[in-house]
Design a protein around this ligand. Structure first.
Ligand SMILES: NC(=O)c1ccc[n+]([C@@H]2O[C@H](COP(=O)([O-])OP(=O)(O)OC[C@H]3O[C@@H](n4cnc5c(N)ncnc54)[C@H](OP(=O)(O)O)[C@@H]3O)[C@@H](O)[C@H]2O)c1
Length: 242
Protein backbone atom coordinates (compact mmCIF):
# COMPACT_ATOMS: atom_id res chain seq x y z
CA UNK A 1 0.00 0.00 0.00
CA UNK A 2 1.41 3.40 -0.98
CA UNK A 3 1.24 6.48 1.18
CA UNK A 4 -1.15 8.01 -1.34
CA UNK A 5 -3.87 5.33 -1.18
CA UNK A 6 -7.24 7.06 -0.76
CA UNK A 7 -5.78 10.57 -0.95
CA UNK A 8 -7.23 13.13 -3.37
CA UNK A 9 -5.05 14.99 -5.87
CA UNK A 10 -5.94 17.94 -8.08
CA UNK A 11 -3.89 17.88 -11.27
CA UNK A 12 -4.18 20.96 -13.46
CA UNK A 13 -3.63 20.37 -17.16
CA UNK A 14 -4.61 16.71 -16.76
CA UNK A 15 -5.91 16.16 -20.28
CA UNK A 16 -2.60 15.50 -22.06
CA UNK A 17 1.18 15.64 -21.80
CA UNK A 18 2.78 15.66 -18.36
CA UNK A 19 -0.53 15.99 -16.49
CA UNK A 20 -1.98 12.90 -18.11
CA UNK A 21 1.03 10.78 -17.12
CA UNK A 22 1.02 12.18 -13.59
CA UNK A 23 -2.66 11.21 -13.27
CA UNK A 24 -1.98 7.69 -14.49
CA UNK A 25 0.95 7.38 -12.06
CA UNK A 26 -1.08 8.65 -9.11
CA UNK A 27 -4.03 6.39 -9.96
CA UNK A 28 -1.65 3.43 -10.00
CA UNK A 29 -0.83 4.30 -6.38
CA UNK A 30 -4.50 4.31 -5.38
CA UNK A 31 -4.82 8.10 -5.34
CA UNK A 32 -8.18 9.64 -6.30
CA UNK A 33 -8.11 12.41 -8.85
CA UNK A 34 -9.63 15.75 -9.71
CA UNK A 35 -8.75 16.28 -13.34
CA UNK A 36 -8.52 19.84 -14.59
CA UNK A 37 -8.45 21.11 -18.16
CA UNK A 38 -10.14 23.97 -19.99
CA UNK A 39 -13.22 21.97 -20.94
CA UNK A 40 -14.84 18.94 -19.30
CA UNK A 41 -14.89 17.22 -22.69
CA UNK A 42 -11.05 17.16 -22.67
CA UNK A 43 -10.96 14.71 -19.73
CA UNK A 44 -14.20 12.89 -20.54
CA UNK A 45 -12.44 9.74 -21.70
CA UNK A 46 -9.85 9.85 -18.93
CA UNK A 47 -12.36 9.69 -16.06
CA UNK A 48 -13.61 6.13 -16.77
CA UNK A 49 -10.08 5.00 -17.67
CA UNK A 50 -8.78 6.01 -14.25
CA UNK A 51 -11.87 4.65 -12.50
CA UNK A 52 -11.04 1.36 -14.20
CA UNK A 53 -7.86 1.26 -12.11
CA UNK A 54 -10.03 1.36 -8.99
CA UNK A 55 -9.78 5.01 -7.96
CA UNK A 56 -12.35 7.80 -8.00
CA UNK A 57 -11.94 10.46 -10.67
CA UNK A 58 -13.89 13.65 -11.27
CA UNK A 59 -13.40 16.45 -13.77
CA UNK A 60 -13.33 20.23 -13.42
CA UNK A 61 -12.78 22.93 -16.00
CA UNK A 62 -11.37 26.44 -16.07
CA UNK A 63 -9.41 28.83 -18.23
CA UNK A 64 -6.56 29.68 -15.88
CA UNK A 65 -5.91 33.14 -17.33
CA UNK A 66 -9.28 34.16 -15.88
CA UNK A 67 -9.22 34.57 -12.07
CA UNK A 68 -12.99 34.07 -11.87
CA UNK A 69 -12.73 30.74 -13.66
CA UNK A 70 -9.85 29.73 -11.39
CA UNK A 71 -12.05 30.20 -8.33
CA UNK A 72 -14.99 28.45 -9.99
CA UNK A 73 -12.70 25.54 -10.83
CA UNK A 74 -11.44 25.30 -7.22
CA UNK A 75 -15.01 25.49 -5.89
CA UNK A 76 -16.01 22.66 -8.24
CA UNK A 77 -13.03 20.58 -7.08
CA UNK A 78 -13.90 21.10 -3.40
CA UNK A 79 -17.54 20.25 -4.08
CA UNK A 80 -16.72 16.92 -5.69
CA UNK A 81 -13.74 15.79 -3.61
CA UNK A 82 -13.96 15.53 0.17
CA UNK A 83 -10.51 17.13 0.53
CA UNK A 84 -7.60 18.05 -1.71
CA UNK A 85 -4.44 16.54 -0.22
CA UNK A 86 -2.14 16.91 -3.20
CA UNK A 87 -1.91 19.58 -5.88
CA UNK A 88 0.07 19.32 -9.09
CA UNK A 89 0.12 22.83 -10.53
CA UNK A 90 1.01 21.52 -13.95
CA UNK A 91 -1.02 23.46 -16.54
CA UNK A 92 0.94 26.16 -18.33
CA UNK A 93 1.14 28.03 -21.58
CA UNK A 94 4.26 28.50 -23.66
CA UNK A 95 4.37 31.89 -25.34
CA UNK A 96 5.21 31.97 -29.07
CA UNK A 97 8.82 31.98 -30.25
CA UNK A 98 9.63 35.60 -31.08
CA UNK A 99 12.28 35.97 -33.78
CA UNK A 100 13.35 39.32 -32.37
CA UNK A 101 14.04 38.85 -28.65
CA UNK A 102 14.22 42.66 -28.27
CA UNK A 103 10.65 43.10 -29.40
CA UNK A 104 8.44 40.77 -27.41
CA UNK A 105 4.82 41.88 -26.96
CA UNK A 106 3.77 42.78 -23.43
CA UNK A 107 0.80 40.47 -23.89
CA UNK A 108 3.15 37.47 -23.96
CA UNK A 109 4.28 38.38 -20.44
CA UNK A 110 0.72 39.06 -19.32
CA UNK A 111 -0.65 35.74 -20.57
CA UNK A 112 2.20 33.63 -19.27
CA UNK A 113 2.04 35.24 -15.85
CA UNK A 114 -1.75 34.94 -15.66
CA UNK A 115 -1.75 31.23 -16.46
CA UNK A 116 1.62 30.06 -15.16
CA UNK A 117 2.03 32.17 -12.02
CA UNK A 118 -1.07 34.02 -10.82
CA UNK A 119 -3.45 31.06 -11.10
CA UNK A 120 -0.85 28.80 -9.47
CA UNK A 121 -0.58 31.24 -6.55
CA UNK A 122 -4.37 31.44 -6.23
CA UNK A 123 -4.69 27.64 -6.19
CA UNK A 124 -2.05 27.50 -3.43
CA UNK A 125 -3.72 30.29 -1.46
CA UNK A 126 -7.06 28.44 -1.54
CA UNK A 127 -5.85 24.88 -1.00
CA UNK A 128 -2.79 25.09 1.27
CA UNK A 129 -4.52 26.58 4.37
CA UNK A 130 -6.90 23.56 4.65
CA UNK A 131 -3.87 21.27 4.23
CA UNK A 132 -2.21 23.11 7.13
CA UNK A 133 -5.31 22.52 9.27
CA UNK A 134 -5.14 18.80 8.47
CA UNK A 135 -1.34 18.85 8.92
CA UNK A 136 -0.72 16.98 5.66
CA UNK A 137 -0.37 18.13 2.11
CA UNK A 138 1.83 18.02 -0.97
CA UNK A 139 2.11 20.81 -3.52
CA UNK A 140 4.12 20.14 -6.64
CA UNK A 141 4.61 23.19 -8.81
CA UNK A 142 5.83 22.34 -12.28
CA UNK A 143 8.72 24.43 -13.50
CA UNK A 144 11.11 24.24 -16.44
CA UNK A 145 14.82 23.89 -17.03
CA UNK A 146 14.59 26.39 -19.91
CA UNK A 147 17.76 28.48 -20.10
CA UNK A 148 19.30 31.11 -22.36
CA UNK A 149 16.27 31.30 -24.68
CA UNK A 150 15.53 35.04 -24.82
CA UNK A 151 13.07 34.44 -27.68
CA UNK A 152 10.90 32.68 -25.09
CA UNK A 153 11.57 35.06 -22.20
CA UNK A 154 7.94 35.53 -21.06
CA UNK A 155 7.56 31.77 -20.54
CA UNK A 156 11.02 31.40 -18.97
CA UNK A 157 10.61 34.24 -16.49
CA UNK A 158 7.15 32.99 -15.51
CA UNK A 159 8.80 29.70 -14.51
CA UNK A 160 11.50 31.63 -12.62
CA UNK A 161 8.65 33.27 -10.70
CA UNK A 162 7.26 29.81 -9.88
CA UNK A 163 10.70 28.82 -8.56
CA UNK A 164 10.81 31.92 -6.37
CA UNK A 165 7.28 31.29 -5.09
CA UNK A 166 8.24 27.80 -3.94
CA UNK A 167 11.59 28.82 -2.45
CA UNK A 168 9.92 31.59 -0.41
CA UNK A 169 7.01 29.48 0.84
CA UNK A 170 8.83 26.21 1.54
CA UNK A 171 10.64 27.41 4.71
CA UNK A 172 7.32 28.75 6.03
CA UNK A 173 5.86 25.26 5.64
CA UNK A 174 8.71 23.44 7.42
CA UNK A 175 7.40 21.19 10.19
CA UNK A 176 3.74 21.63 9.22
CA UNK A 177 3.27 18.34 7.35
CA UNK A 178 2.67 20.31 4.16
CA UNK A 179 5.42 20.22 1.56
CA UNK A 180 5.86 22.42 -1.47
CA UNK A 181 8.39 21.41 -4.12
CA UNK A 182 9.29 21.98 -7.75
CA UNK A 183 9.18 19.46 -10.57
CA UNK A 184 11.06 19.90 -13.84
CA UNK A 185 9.70 17.26 -16.22
CA UNK A 186 12.48 17.69 -18.78
CA UNK A 187 12.11 18.58 -22.45
CA UNK A 188 9.34 16.33 -23.75
CA UNK A 189 7.51 15.71 -27.01
CA UNK A 190 4.20 17.17 -25.86
CA UNK A 191 2.11 19.89 -27.51
CA UNK A 192 4.04 22.41 -25.42
CA UNK A 193 7.49 20.83 -25.85
CA UNK A 194 7.12 20.25 -29.59
CA UNK A 195 8.27 17.41 -31.85
CA UNK A 196 12.01 18.17 -31.56
CA UNK A 197 12.15 17.40 -27.83
CA UNK A 198 14.45 14.48 -27.00
CA UNK A 199 12.22 12.79 -24.42
CA UNK A 200 8.98 10.84 -24.54
CA UNK A 201 6.33 12.30 -22.20
CA UNK A 202 6.10 8.91 -20.44
CA UNK A 203 9.59 9.53 -19.01
CA UNK A 204 8.12 11.86 -16.39
CA UNK A 205 7.38 8.67 -14.46
CA UNK A 206 8.43 7.63 -11.93
CA UNK A 207 10.22 10.90 -11.07
CA UNK A 208 7.08 13.05 -11.10
CA UNK A 209 5.67 10.93 -8.27
CA UNK A 210 8.69 11.38 -6.01
CA UNK A 211 7.74 14.81 -4.56
CA UNK A 212 4.26 13.48 -3.69
CA UNK A 213 5.67 10.43 -1.89
CA UNK A 214 8.87 11.67 -0.28
CA UNK A 215 8.50 12.78 3.33
CA UNK A 216 10.69 15.53 4.74
CA UNK A 217 11.23 17.41 1.48
CA UNK A 218 10.44 21.07 0.99
CA UNK A 219 11.69 23.66 -1.46
CA UNK A 220 13.49 21.04 -3.53
CA UNK A 221 13.72 20.81 -7.29
CA UNK A 222 13.02 17.31 -8.59
CA UNK A 223 14.08 16.63 -12.16
CA UNK A 224 11.99 13.80 -13.58
CA UNK A 225 14.70 12.89 -16.08
CA UNK A 226 17.06 11.99 -13.18
CA UNK A 227 14.86 8.99 -12.41
CA UNK A 228 14.26 7.53 -15.88
CA UNK A 229 14.56 3.73 -15.96
CA UNK A 230 14.27 3.37 -12.18
CA UNK A 231 11.48 1.66 -10.28
CA UNK A 232 9.51 3.92 -7.98
CA UNK A 233 11.24 2.56 -4.89
CA UNK A 234 14.66 3.05 -6.54
CA UNK A 235 13.64 6.60 -7.44
CA UNK A 236 12.63 7.30 -3.86
CA UNK A 237 15.93 5.87 -2.58
CA UNK A 238 17.81 8.09 -5.02
CA UNK A 239 15.83 11.15 -3.93
CA UNK A 240 16.45 10.34 -0.24
CA UNK A 241 20.19 10.05 -0.94
CA UNK A 242 20.03 13.62 -2.12
N1 LIG B 1 6.87 19.65 -22.49
C1 LIG B 1 8.06 20.11 -22.11
O1 LIG B 1 9.08 19.96 -22.81
C2 LIG B 1 8.19 20.82 -20.80
C3 LIG B 1 9.46 21.18 -20.35
C4 LIG B 1 9.59 21.82 -19.13
C5 LIG B 1 8.47 22.09 -18.38
N2 LIG B 1 7.24 21.75 -18.85
C6 LIG B 1 6.07 22.08 -18.02
O2 LIG B 1 5.27 20.93 -17.84
C7 LIG B 1 3.91 21.32 -17.67
C8 LIG B 1 3.03 20.54 -18.61
O3 LIG B 1 3.45 20.77 -19.93
P1 LIG B 1 3.01 19.84 -21.12
O4 LIG B 1 4.16 19.77 -22.03
O5 LIG B 1 2.39 18.60 -20.61
O6 LIG B 1 1.87 20.76 -21.81
P2 LIG B 1 0.74 20.37 -22.84
O7 LIG B 1 0.91 19.00 -23.38
O8 LIG B 1 0.64 21.51 -23.78
O9 LIG B 1 -0.59 20.32 -21.93
C9 LIG B 1 -1.02 21.51 -21.32
C10 LIG B 1 -2.14 21.22 -20.36
O10 LIG B 1 -2.47 22.45 -19.70
C11 LIG B 1 -3.80 22.81 -19.99
N3 LIG B 1 -3.85 24.23 -20.34
C12 LIG B 1 -3.18 24.84 -21.34
N4 LIG B 1 -3.48 26.14 -21.36
C13 LIG B 1 -4.36 26.36 -20.37
C14 LIG B 1 -5.06 27.50 -19.91
N5 LIG B 1 -4.92 28.68 -20.50
N6 LIG B 1 -5.92 27.36 -18.88
C15 LIG B 1 -6.10 26.14 -18.32
N7 LIG B 1 -5.46 25.03 -18.69
C16 LIG B 1 -4.62 25.13 -19.72
C17 LIG B 1 -4.24 21.97 -21.19
O11 LIG B 1 -5.64 21.73 -21.09
P3 LIG B 1 -6.61 21.66 -22.38
O12 LIG B 1 -6.83 20.21 -22.67
O13 LIG B 1 -7.86 22.32 -21.96
O14 LIG B 1 -5.92 22.36 -23.51
C18 LIG B 1 -3.42 20.71 -21.01
O15 LIG B 1 -4.05 19.81 -20.16
C19 LIG B 1 3.89 22.83 -17.88
O16 LIG B 1 3.94 23.48 -16.64
C20 LIG B 1 5.16 23.09 -18.66
O17 LIG B 1 5.62 24.41 -18.49
C21 LIG B 1 7.05 21.10 -20.02
Amino acid sequence: MSGLQGRWALVTGASRGVGLHVCEGLAGLGCNLVLHSRALSHTQALVPRLEGVGVQAVAVAGELSDPVQVDVMIDAALKQAPVIDIVYNNAAVMTPWRDDPWDVPADDFRKSFEVNVISLARICYRLVPPMLERRWGRVINVTSGIQEQPNLTPYAVSKAAVDKFVRDFAPRLAGTGVQMNLLDPGWLRTDLGGPKAPNDPATVLPGALVPALLDGAGGRLFRAQDYVGLSLSQALDKARAG
